[in-house]
Ligand binder design. Sequence first.
Ligand SMILES: [Zn+2]
Length: 300
Amino acid sequence: MEVHVKSPFISAAVRAAAGLCLPVLLALAFVEVAQSPTVTGLPAAAVEGSNVEEAIYSPPLTSSLERVELLAKNERAVNVPVLMYHYIRVNPTPNDTLGLSLSVSPEDFEKHAAYLAKKGYNTITPTHLIEGIRGRQELPAKPILLTFDDGYQDFYTAALPILKKYNLKATLFVVTNLVGKPNYVSWPMLHDIVQSGLVSIESHGLDHDNMTAKRSDLLTRQLVASKEVLEQTLGIKVNAFCYPAGRSNSIVEAAVNAAGYQLAFSTRYGRVHEPASVFSLPRLRVDGGSPYIERMLGFQ
Ligand SMILES: [Zn+2]
């Protein structure tokens, strides 16, 4: 039997090889790893961070046998930068260094949008990302995600007009019990945001509480109730979770999976998304003090 291997997908070949012995499957796996530009055997690089939001969790390396099993299911690691923003505002308190770090000015954000558009980046949704990792959907050239944590009102007033101007997709992680509070988006704003067709609304929990400190029933409630209120109020499907303050562990990740989410984002640094880590995906923090995304993206 002759097997033609085509990069980046070898789905047909791997499916055909499903009945073959392990050495053949192993050989196919290595062919894909060697050929595909999006597959890497390396874990996402961990970077030391002084910010309290940096997660300490780092997933273990998958064994070569596990890797073969993943590839046999068409799953693959993908290299997709996921930019992490918080406020899009001029930092109101100049001496507040954390506030400065979390605040990218509207002027800088528009520079980012113009840069991404000029360089041919394609903004995608969390659902598209997980479909790409699962091997169920092709990713476009130069895929990227723009994510905004916490659901601040300036997403609606400052970021959304820029996203519309440059036709960029984004993801807003909402803390549902904070909707309508001062400085946070309201439900009517969220309806407008959904209407734009550019923004995926996803969950950041009910209260922004530390998920690793929750009793299991309360943890489940945070995950299930925040998802349900977004889905029922806005008529959308919520697939992604974002850990408040980046805090997660294997128990929390299992609960996120059980609550019906397909993927979850951490604050761990990196841009390679492994199938074994879909509930702890890394991101690239955009620091308002040095908001140079062209450097993060390697001037590509
Ligand atoms: Zn947050």
